[in-house]
Design a protein around this ligand. Sequence first.
Ligand code: PMP
Ligand code: GLU
Length: 388
Amino acid sequence: MMLSQRVRTIEPSATLGLNAIIQKLKADGRDIVNFSVGEPDFDTPEFIREAGKRAIDSGKTRYTPVPGTPEFRQAVADYVGSQRGESIDASEVVICSGAKQALTNAFASLCDPGDEVLLPAPYWVSYPDEIRLAEATPVVVYPAEDAQFRITPEALAPHVTPRTAGLIINSPSNPTGVIYSPTEIAALVDFAEQNDLWIISDEIYERFVFEGTFASPFAGKGRERTILVSGLSKSFAMTGWRLGWAVGDKSIIGGMSRLQGHTASNACTISQYAGLEAVKQHDHADLQAMIAAFDERRLLAVERLAEIEGLVTLHPEGAFYLFVDVRNFLSDGATTTEFCEALLDEKGVATVPGEAFGTPGWLRLSYARSIEEMERGLKLFKDHLSVR
Ligand code: PMP
Ligand code: GLU
């Protein structure tokens, strides 16, 4: 008896897999500075936790409608619309168990077997497998490194075929921290329009914008072909509550909801009530303090990494990642994965190798760590590189 090819060929999540190893090492008493997983180190703010407790105590513990409670869908429509200057109807929103489920359902709803999805590298680790689960093919496109890996219509054009169904945009980007300017987004929307493509726009880092201007393709003429995916994991420090959403045309949202009705029913009811309070108070002082702390860490990390001779770091404008080129430090024939393993083994510093993002030679550091831990970890990182 055999497992399906789907399951036999799927890769484990590199980021979650690595995080599990690190948690195990820590439990065994190893002192690790964990720059690997992208998860805020802040607790969910108290006003959100209290809303979750109230939901439990007032019996909000049953199924909700598949696409979410009407109040939460409306609140997400208002929140997402207000951030982008668009008016959004609640029927254009489906609430999912995390942005991950929103993405998986979006690919399954947009792609037929054999379709292709344009995936700019470096890409977040789960996109290729999410696309393959929809029996579609990820077509990885490599933008110019000296343009900070920003994808352009010129780079995408040679990869368009009659089977191309869509294009992924992730700004602010995991893993590069790059933010696409309004002009760059407009050019990608034009490109999608000319080639009649869907845009899957992963905007989960939308609140981590430290430089430049956040722009979404879900605006103006780009709106009809964009499925906007986002959620509460990062911006509201709610990774474990598993809440995300997709916003788009009613037909695609309807398709995604039908699919979800057979797989997950609804996102956790208690989480939806906590999420309702979160989006209603999205400018709460606790959230602003968290974002400000990330900016402080970002500036510190940039300064420390600049002190390492021969190390190239992409300038991080948003999200909470640093993407660094370690090719100058790889000993003969060593892979970046081996380099990261040695760094973890010898110095107790955990990072994610570029192979996971389709760009060997680079590695990712998440700065979701306290200033004290960052100072310690970056010093160890520097020591490790200075002996190479
Ligand atoms: N997209 C990107 C780019 C991410 O980094 C993550 C990581 N959590 C997700 C989507 C999924 O987020 P979640 O499922 O926790 O909402
Ligand atoms: N997205 C985060 C990361 O890239 C969290 C782990 C995951 O969901 O992949 O590290």
